[in-house]
Design a protein around this ligand. Structure first.
Ligand SMILES: [Zn+2]
Ligand SMILES: [Zn+2]
Ligand SMILES: [Zn+2]
Length: 767
């Protein structure tokens, strides 16, 4: 027998790291130690949770196996370190107080949807928390969004001003209770309360704010409802008038609105729900899931006009459950903000900023400390994918392959997020959004403070985009840093995909999106790259296109269609444009021709997003868009459900050995189809197939030249399910190993990870 162990007794020290504090981990260790008749202790320490257990070796091993299997739902163990120690003859097993010397490596837990136990109590008339809108326990409730500082103790949260009543305190201190050390623990006696305010912010006299709120929703009013990471604007999703009212007040004419439905059964009456989608809808993260609409009379068509998908989520706070319990089946739940501004969190802030939009405010006195929008997901190739990674996911880190030096990456201009690399983890900020308004820029700064708090790190290296005019690039210059590393947008996209898939070395990168600043000063976005963590080569790209009038062309895609025709038909393009009635004012035709010719105020773009815009305009889908990506979404909707043969295209070999994907032949074929009266659906489906074929042909060429077989897909265009699934299938069939995004968005919400890994790799390699 080993000298450390005397006879049949051994003592083992377990160090658990990851998300292990504030999630009921110690009580669960306690329970399993007692179950296996072991003595010793469990304690929170700066590195995580430490347990020392002592007893017969078989029992210690059984404990080790149990804890790997049975840890509490919100815990995420990233590492378990075991060491055998001298035995100490402990007489019992104890939970001993925290070692308070900081909580350096402990991960903060994301917010989590109301658990089944709390839900059962919420609707149990005999329970002391019957219909209490703030019920929670160690397995559920607010986390990140109530934290001011770490360690995660009640005193450091917005629950600090609610001293626990005697009954709540007993629960809080009892290791056998589900509320042992549940920091947001509360009840109607000691906890937060709801208030209903009118449009002017004056309290509405009511004994039951929830019931009155339901009445108001039922009669078509717009309510601002305080949630976990901010306010929602809410209306009855079944009422055409209410939905229209909300749209006109929010100046949001067509962009789809997310809805919250009572339960999974109701969701299935509104949309097709696959088994994978059902899992995603019901996870404790409770994201919005994009689902295919089905014919129903529960939801007004104005919720998501002209698109096949609907963003649906299930209730995730007790208040949501109360609102949707009986009379209301589905509520529009859209982030409470004005166009391009971040979500409102403070009560006063909401009343000020939502003036003229909300009729009433259903609010409460528990402050939101971290702004956090709903996350948005979809399922493609049977895997869950994130379009927006925020509430429920943040600040859970993403594990990466290598240990990297600390870097802060600032993201891009749209769908901005920040990312801090620390050791083998990448920590993302909540979704910050588009950097167009002063409020968004304030949120950007707010997020930097949060990131430092979450990771306890002060990064001296900052990574940002190459674009000289992005707000994040400007910010990088003003922040205190030893070094700022600028990263090309699509290189960042590809390395982000590599990082979350834990691969490194050279890969083929297929980066398809709207726009990103290129090293030649043009707007890139249809890029075929050979890339690794430090370098990339532009092997090929989508043919450059003149964007007549720059930004204007993005809002008015008929301009792009005209430019495409000019590329495809040369001088005779005007004839075709005239036949298709493409240009709103034909007297402008010659002027327009000159603009494209001379490229005045008309940048060059290789963005696939722009090609989508142009094709949508060409087939008469729309000549104007009201939000980014609208034309592409509608084109995808048309193409859904049918397979059509692809159009021709050409790969042009340039003198500098790079390739250009020229879609002129496809454009001409589309015009022929239009002239012979083919349906828009057929054309849209063929267009998607053409792109998939073109990608595969280019990948073959790249494999021939480089010998590489791994392909990383990234960029906003891969939110298009037809394009993503079609490309994956085609490339797999041709023998490629295909990697795509799952944990971070494929759109610009994910580029901060790529920026951070590229900068950190450059430092590591001494560049
Ligand atoms: Zn619970
Ligand atoms: Zn209480
Ligand atoms: Zn991008």
């Amino acid at each position: 027998m080993h000298s450390k162990n005397s006879g049949e007794i051994k003592r083992t020290r377990y160090l658990f790291s990851g998300t292990v504090q504030g999630v009921g981990f110690r009580p669960s260790v306690y329970r399993l130690a007692v179950k296996n008749r072991l003595n010793g202790f469990v304690q929170n320490i700066p590195e995580g949770v430490v347990a020392e257990v002592e007893g017969p070796p078989a029992f210690v091993d059984a404990f080790g196996a149990d804890i790997r299997r049975e840890h509490p739902p919100l815990a995420r163990i990233t590492n378990i370190e075991c060491t055998d120690l001298e035995i100490r003859h402990d007489q019992n097993f104890q939970i001993i107080p925290s070692d308070a010397k900081g909580h350096a490596d402990v991960h903060i837990t994301p917010d989590s949807a109301t658990c089944p136990d709390c839900l059962q109590e919420l609707f149990d008339p005999a329970n002391r928390r019957f219909r209490y809108p703030f019920i929670n326990c160690t397995n559920c409730g607010p986390r990140l969004t109530i934290i001011n500082a770490i360690p995660y103790d009640r005193a450091n949260t917005s629950m600090a001003c609610f001293p626990l009543c005697r009954e709540c305190l007993v629960e809080y201190e009892n290791p056998d209770d589900r509320r042992f050390h549940a920091e947001p623990n509360a009840c109607p006696v000691c906890g937060p309360r709801l208030t209903l305010l009118n449009a002017k912010g004056k309290p509405v006299e009511t004994a039951d704010p929830v019931k009155t709120a339901i009445d108001l929703l039922f009669t078509g009013h717009v309510l601002a409802v305080k949630g976990l990471g901010g306010f929602h604007l809410s209306v009855d999703a079944g009422s055409i008038e209410a939905v229209k009212k909300l749209r006109s007040r929010k100046y949001r004419e067509e962009k789809p609105l997310a809805i919250m439905v009572r339960n999974i059964d109701q969701a299935m009456k509104i949309a097709c729900v696959s088994p994978e989608e059902e899992i995603l809808l019901t996870t404790p993260q409770r994201p919005i899931v994009l689902l295919k609409k089905i014919q129903n009379d529960l939801i007004s068509e104005f919720v998501a006009p002209n698109v096949s998908n609907l963003g649906i989520m299930l209730p995730y706070t007790p208040l949501h459950h109360l609102l949707l319990k009986d009379r209301l089946t589905a509520l529009v739940m859209t982030s409470a903000n004005r166009v391009d501004e971040p979500i409102c969190t403070g009560n006063r802030e909401a009343i000020e900023r939502l003036q003229g939009i909300a009729d009433y405010y259903l609010t409460h006195n528990r402050d939101i400390r971290v702004r956090c929008d709903d996350s948005i997901t979809f399922v493609a190739d049977k895997q869950p994918r994130l379009m927006r990674r925020s509430r429920g996911y943040v600040p859970q880190p993403i594990r990466i392959k290598h240990n990297y030096p600390c870097v802060l990456a600032l993201g891009g201009q749209l769908k901005t997020t920040h990312c801090i690399l620390k050791g083998r983890f990448a920590f993302f900020s909540p979704h910050i959004g588009d950097m167009e308004t002063p409020q968004a820029r304030d949120f950007f700064q707010e997020s930097l403070t949060l990131m430092k708090r979450v990771t306890k790190s002060d990064s001296l290296v900052i990574a940002c985009d190459l674009h000289p005019a992005y707000y994040s690039t400007e910010a990088a210059r003003t922040l205190p840093a030893e070094r700022v590393i600028q990263v090309q947008h699509h290189h960042a996209h590809i390395v982000s995909c590599m990082a979350e898939n834990q691969i490194d070395g050279d890969v083929i990168g297929l980066a398809m999106d709207g726009t990103g600043y290129g090293t030649d000063g043009n707007a890139w976005g249809g890029e075929f790259l050979i890339a690794n963590e430090t370098r990339f080569q532009r092997f090929g790209h989508l043919q450059y296109l003149v964007l007549p009038g720059g930004e204007k062309a993005i809002r008015e895609p008929w301009r792009i269609a005209a430019s495409l025709l000019k590329t495809a038909y040369g001088t005779s393009w005007k004839e075709t444009a005239r036949q298709l009635k493409l240009i709103p004012d034909e007297t402008q035709m010659d002027l327009f021709d000159k603009i494209i010719e001379s490229k005045i105020h008309s940048p060059l773009s290789s963005g696939l997003g722009r090609l989508f815009d142009g094709v949508a305009a060409l087939i008469g889908l729309r000549s104007q868009v009201s939000f980014e990506g609208q034309a592409a979404m509608e084109l995808e909707t048309l193409a859904t459900g049918s397979w059509e043969s692809p159009y021709p295209f050409e790969l042009l070999h340039k003198t500098d050995q790079s390739f250009i994907l020229d879609m002129s032949a496809a454009l001409r074929a589309i015009v022929v189809d239009l002239e012979s009266g083919e349906s828009k659906e057929k054309i849209a489906a063929s267009f998607h197939q053409t792109l998939i074929n073109a990608f595969a042909t280019m990948m073959d060429e790249m494999r021939k030249v480089t010998g590489l077989t791994r392909v990383a897909l990234s960029g906003g265009c891969f939110q298009n399910k037809i394009l993503l699934e079609g490309t994956i299938d085609k490339l797999r069939f041709s023998g490629f190993d295909v990697y795509c995004h799952r944990q971070v968005p494929t759109n610009d919400g994910g580029i901060a990870l790529g920026q951070a890994v590229i900068a950190a790799s450059m430092i590591k390699k001494g560049f």
